[in-house]
Structure formats: C-alpha cells, structure tokens
Design a protein around this ligand. Sequence first.
Ligand SMILES: *Cc1c(COP(=O)(O)O)cnc(C)c1O
Length: 362
Amino acid sequence: MIVYNFSAGPAVLPKEVLQKAQAEFLNYAGSEMSVMELSHRSSLYDQIIKEAEHLLRELMAIPDNYHVLFLQGGASLQFSIIPLNLAQGKKALYINTGAWSKKAISAAEQVPGVEVEVIATSEDQNFTYVPEVTVDQIDQEAAYVHITTNETIGGVTYDKLPQTGEVPLVADMSSNILANDFKVTDFGLIYAGAQKNLGPSGVTLVIIRDDLLNKEPIFAPMLDFALQAKNRSLYNTPPTYAIYIMKLVLEWVKAQGGVQGMIEKDQAKAQLLYQAIDRSKLFSNPVAINNRSITNIPFVTGDEKLDQLFNKEALVAGFQNLKGHRSVGGMRASLYNAFPYEGVEALVDFMQAFEQKYGGEK
Ligand SMILES: *Cc1c(COP(=O)(O)O)cnc(C)c1O
C-alpha cells in the first residue's frame, strides 16, 4: 500500500535523501565508517558541516555578516535563549499569531531581566489571520520584534512582513523555512527546528546577524550565541548525523531548483488542496485567504464525530498523520517540500469520495 505521510514534524523526507544515506550508511566516502562514527573534529566530518553551511548560504543567499549555527534543544530552547542573549535589560516585542507565538511569548516572559510586550494579537478571531502592525507601534529602543512566520498548528502565515524601523526582526521559521522567498537581510535572527522542512529532529538552525551577538558572556556557555558562533557550532559535539542528513536535504533542494523551485511545487500542492476544500460543502478552512499557509493546511467538517470518522478511514487508506494537532482537533495536511504532489491528488480524491458518502444535506 502507498503511504503518504502528512506529519507536521518530524515530517516526510525526500526518498532520494534516505536512499543516499542508506547507501553510505556503513561506509562513508570510503572511510569504512558510518557518519555516525566519525569524530566531529575529523576532516571528513568537517567537510560535511562546512558543506551544510555552504549550501544553506547559497540557497537562502545568506550574507557574510550572518552566522549560521547548528544547535540543539529545538526551536523551543530558542524561545528562551533568544531573549536571554538579545534582550537583557531591554524590551522584547512579540506578535501573537497562534500556538507557537504563545509558547515563545510565555518562555520569554520567564527569562530574568527581560520585559516582554505583545504588540499585536489575532486572538480575537481565534488566530485565523495575521494582525496589522505599523512602525509607530514599535518602540525603537526594543531589542527585537519576534514573529512566527508560519503557525504550524493554525496554518497561518504572513503575506507581508511587519515594518519595524531599526528594530531587528526575529523569526521562528520552523515550518516554512525554504518554502518562502523571505530575504535574510530583512531579519536580524532566523531560527528553525530542522524536523519540519530541513531534515531530522535533533538539530536547530540559527541564522544571526553579527551585530546581534551578545557582547557579554552568557552564564551557561552552551546558551551563548557569541561562543557558539566563535566555535562554528563545534564548541561541543554537535548533532553530527542530523547535520549530515540536513546536508543531503539541502543538496536535494538545490537539485530541485532551489528555494524558488520548492515554492512553486509547494504552491501547486497547497492550491490543489485549498481548491478542494473551498469547492467542498463539507470541509472548510477558517484562515483568511491572504494568510493561508502553504505548508500546513488544517481543515474540518464542522462535526467532531465526522472528523473522527474521516481520520479513521484516512488511516486505513494510507494517509498517515492527518489528524489535527491535539489542541485543535480536525485534520491537518502538512505539505512540506518533500511531500509529493501525488499525495495531495490522492487526498483530494479521498475527500471527495468521503463527502459523497457522508456529506448528506450540508
Ligand atoms: C515545531 C515547532 C516548534 C517547536 O520545535 P521543537 O524543535 O520541537 O522545539 C516551534 N515553532 C514552530 C513554528 C514549530 O512548527
């Protein structure tokens, strides 16, 4: 049976990447060792981590005044250490667009010496849009403005970035990095857990502008951006295998036409599903048209029992991980870069058949 994996993360990886990893699993580059067995200080591994950084710089056009860090602790640790490093004795501004913004805000609020202010929220309409922010709302003395470029649970994304004046924009791009054409130079710091669109879990990407590195040491060296940058992510043992797989994913993205190639494919997939949802009398998606995510698409029937039935029958038909996040229910299709177009076609057919069977008079 063909299985399509709609997981929001850890998520589907390109088959070619997994096959390449399998082929060199026991013997990497003639070394008779697995990448997993290489010293992180060996020249063979050094080539891997340098190439991963090089590819990312090329694909995202990252300028030289930005550092690329491969860290651990997930995007969730960044929620704490970004304010810790960037906002000591300062105000940190947040835009609240949903579940992940909320987590980032609440973690920042717990960092000593940081004053958190939520400058805009879409909570009034259950996080189904991105609130407007104008530059006069931004305290120009603030350390940064934090946004979540794509709300993975709500399926909400920015159609245009907020204007922040001189205040750097900090972005959680976990679920739409390499699936949008944002310019790195519009941001002071970008971070992303790898397990959505970059590779396996275990490595967290941070791209930070040089002038934002902390000038004073942080009490815990592992949490110190300046120290990590100085050591090129090799202060201690990095997640070597995860970085290696990320490198293979980046090679794959490049071969697919780079970020622009990915965006075109992602848009085609998303459009197919949104059209099916919008044509349907049974399924709906609540997000404002301009803010609809192309990577995470939630939908519901409006009847919890029917959602449950849909999820049950979808599983039997080979559609894995379509169930919505446990906090919201319903369904959610995550259509990251590695997700195949055929999977969306199959899902749309399945949705139509389900609607014919159970749609009733709605
Ligand atoms: C998944 C996700 C996170 C959490 O990532 P972890 O690596 O599990 O900590 C944070 N933000 C967004 C937008 C996500 O999608």
